[in-house]
Design a protein around this ligand. Sequence first.
Ligand SMILES: [Fe+2]
Length: 353
Amino acid sequence: MVVNLAFLLLLLLFVSSANAKATVSISPKTLNRSGDSVVIKWSGVESPSDLDWLGIYSPPTSPHDHFIGYKLLNASSTWRSGSGSISLPLTNLRSNYSFRIFRWTQSEIDPKHLDHDQNPLPGTKHLLAESEEVSFGSGVGKPEQIHLAFEDGVNGMRVTFVAGDGEERFVRYGERKERLGNSAPARGVRYEREHMCNAPANTTIGWRDPGWIFDAVMKNLNGGVKYYYQVGSDSKGWSEIHSFIARDVYSEETIAFMFGDMGCATPYTTFIRTQDESISTLKWILRDIEALGDKPALVSHIGDISYARGYSWVWDEFFAQIEPIASRVPYHVCIGNHEYDFPAQPWKPDWAA
Ligand SMILES: [Fe+2]
């Protein structure tokens, strides 16, 4: 009888450990804007493999192999215990995020399933756990990715931004931060998957809903004067107040930041190479803009802009990353080969033969 009881207990223990499920939780469940971080915690991952990984999904309905990026669980120092956590700043993609943990082992590496750098993409055969969703709450309607550009009139400045819906938006602006007395309506446009020319941009792996892209022109600006502005609407929320120095056509100097090939950085690994160096580039430009004080300046990014290569959320990451400078100085671009050289491109500039 005693033996039987011990056996039963052992059996129960075995059954309960075999049933022990990995879990993954997130905190907070609502973020306010791009750059806010979510902490992802997991536990109960048995016999951890150093290839076990966390998939980042947006929207949460995406198939397993259509993650926007991933992190290996060994990014957490405690991964060998089967528990750990990763803090991840997220960019508002106007759609919720969720996270999935997968088991992946050396023997499952598929030499044909590679990223842009010929590194194997992680396998999705063994799902261990899936998180709840994290949302941007009311922030989905708030303008993000704010960037300035010159327009045809020398006394104007165009502001472009992205929001999750097409309802009316405005720019309001003025010389005093506490009194943005001028207002102009913004035009909202969007593009669809069928407007994309080639894979992966027009396939479910590369396509994500771009939201609405708005632009408005601030007019009758006085040259060399500092203006404050914000974009949005009363019903959907306003952005923070930003400022810029209006173009001064009578100035004897022009200050421009000129560079190419910047790309962007993502806090996760994705299908294509990303550029961590862009973090330093933007940091030093921001420092110099601050040192310029009340002198107007402009950015000329002469091509190879985001290196999104058809993965649309990388553009969101890029515009979120440049916002601290592009909301202060006009940010102009030229096309580089990465903006025109996709296969079957019907148009190529003659200088690009
Ligand atoms: Fe390049």
